[in-house]
Design a protein around this ligand. Structure first.
Ligand code: HEC
Ligand code: HEC
Length: 415
């Protein structure tokens, strides 16, 4: 992964760059946006294990939270507290009560980090349904994602509770999203805007009970775009990845009640138009995979689990729209139904280190002959996939992809 210097600001009007420019000359896109201001909400502690916002996107009483304010056209405040989005009280992360927390059925793996996600839509505006790709958020919307590490992930609430490492913020401008990383101070209740990123050594016990030390990477601001930039109509646009209907289609806990997250957004008036949820197939739940155990997955359930895992971990680069991985012509989005394009008997076409002694990305029946598995397992720079965002192997994901490849109908790739 090459790192790129933050490019200079471009004049207004030059807010979209053609996809074909070399990635090294990406320019910041300026959008026209609006300053945001909403009513103060009631302060509420946001427990670690649950995802209870207790807030209904409304007009809570003012109890010490500033109004949420983030202007997508300018560099945001140095301190996260000034945005009104989040704060830390006695080590615990608290989100503004007007944010709506959500989880994904299948999340991205980031060195076992525990993640807390939430969304906010300006008052009076709504989210538009999309069958495919992320839901369409109105200008001024904000998505936040925080990364935490419990000392022992089998018991996240134990001891002093999880360490809050970073909070990533995306705010919707007129044409695309702006991405901003904040790193939490070692002590105290605030996080600081950190466009240059950082690497932190973090020790923890993973959910399976293995002791690990991550060289956890907080990306530089321009590295955010490696994953968040997509090709749209021949142009390179910064976008969101997670909030797709299939991935939001799961239960959350709001105000002490368990309710489907999409239904909850609908009930809040934030997602007025949506199809009957019974007609929508959710993306595979990783919690469910963990519970059932990879060895017990077979047939279509195994196929969807592996394909959904590859989609959320790889397809932002490896799809027809992915900017970083397009040169490889390896398309790992779950909708791609062409086996060659998801790697079956495909010799690598990209400029990386090649095959690492293996010939094809995916050899049905043979995970140990598949380049894709090698790159998922290794931590060697230049070979590791994803090439950014992890320093440790994801043992559950590896087991899942191995089992899927073992079960693929046999083909002789050398014929
Ligand atoms: C390795 C690829 C990768 C990098 C680098 C990356 N992200 Fe993301 N990000 C994702 C994926 C995939 C999701 C959705 C899945 C999830 O949340 O588990 C996501 C989700 C998010 C979200 C929640 C909204 C959404 O798009 O789903 C925010 C906010 C966010 N990222 C901000 C950032 C910022 C800011 C940076 C740079 C500091 C960054 N990301 C770097 C892959 C990446
Ligand atoms: C941040 C962007 C990014 C992400 C995320 C990413 N890749 Fe890649 N991948 C690349 C780039 C760029 C190349 C081409 C250069 C190379 O081969 O190293 C590549 C190449 C590959 C290749 C060689 C493909 C070929 O046929 O040439 C494989 C296999 C691969 N990636 C697997 C994966 C898997 C599996 C994941 C998810 C677990 C993943 N990648 C996630 C950027 C990414």
């Amino acid at each position: 992964m090459t790192t790129r210097a933050l490019p200079p600001e471009t004049p207004a009007g030059a807010d979209r760059v053609p996809l074909l420019v070399p990635v090294s000359s990406r320019v910041l896109r300026k959008a026209q946006g609006v300053a945001l201001c909403i009513a103060l909400g009631a302060a509420l502690s946001f427990g670690v294990g649950g995802c209870d916002s207790g807030a209904d996107g409304g007009d809570g009483a003012a109890t010490g939270w500033p109004a949420i304010a983030l202007d997508p056209t300018v560099t945001p405040p140095q301190k996260l507290s000034a945005t009104g989005l989040a704060r830390r009280v006695q080590g615990a992360l608290q989100l503004h009560p007007d944010l709506v927390p959500y989880d994904l059925t299948m999340p991205l793996f980031s060195d076992y980090a525990e993640k807390r996600r939430a969304l906010w839509v300006p008052k009076g505006k709504v989210i538009t349904w999309r069958d495919d790709g992320p839901l369409e958020f109105p200008e001024g919307s904000i998505l936040v994602k925080s990364f935490l590490f419990s000392e022992d992930m089998r018991d996240p609430g134990a001891g002093a509770g999880p360490r809050v490492i970073e909070t990533r913020v995306m705010v919707k401008g007129a044409t695309d999203w702006k991405a901003w990383p904040y790193i939490w101070d070692a002590e105290g209740g605030d996080a600081t805007l950190a466009v240059n990123g950082a690497v932190k050594e973090i020790a923890f016990v993973d959910p399976a009970g293995t002791s690990r030390v991550a060289n956890y990477l907080i990306p530089q601001r321009n590295q955010c775009l490696d994953c968040h930039d997509q090709g749209v109509d021949g142009e390179q646009v910064t976008g969101i990845i997670g909030p797709r209907a299939r991935y939001l289609h799961r239960d959350g806990v709001y105000g002490g009640k368990t309710i489907n997250q999409l239904q909850h957004l609908h009930d809040l008036g934030l997602l007025p138009a949506m199809p009957a949820l019974t007609t929508l197939k959710p993306a595979t739940s990783l919690d469910e995979v963990r519970k059932v155990g990879v060895p017990n997955l077979h047939g279509p359930a195994l196929e969807s689990a592996a394909r959904d895992y590859l989609e959320v971990n790889c397809a932002h680069c490896h799809s027809a729209k992915g900017v970083e991985g397009r040169t490889s012509q390896l398309f790992l989005d779950a909708k791609n139904d062409n086996p060659f394009l998801y790697g079956v008997c495909k010799a690598p076409s990209s400029a990386g280190k090649g095959g690492f002694g293996r010939q094809y990305d995916v050899v049905p029946g043979h995970p140990d002959k598949s380049i894709l598995v090698y790159r998922l397992e290794t931590a060697e720079l230049g070979a590791m996939m994803p090439d950014i965002g992890r320093s440790l192997p994801d043992t559950l994901g590896i087991a899942l992809v191995r089992k899927w490849i073992e079960a693929l109908p046999p083909v002789n790739c050398d014929r």
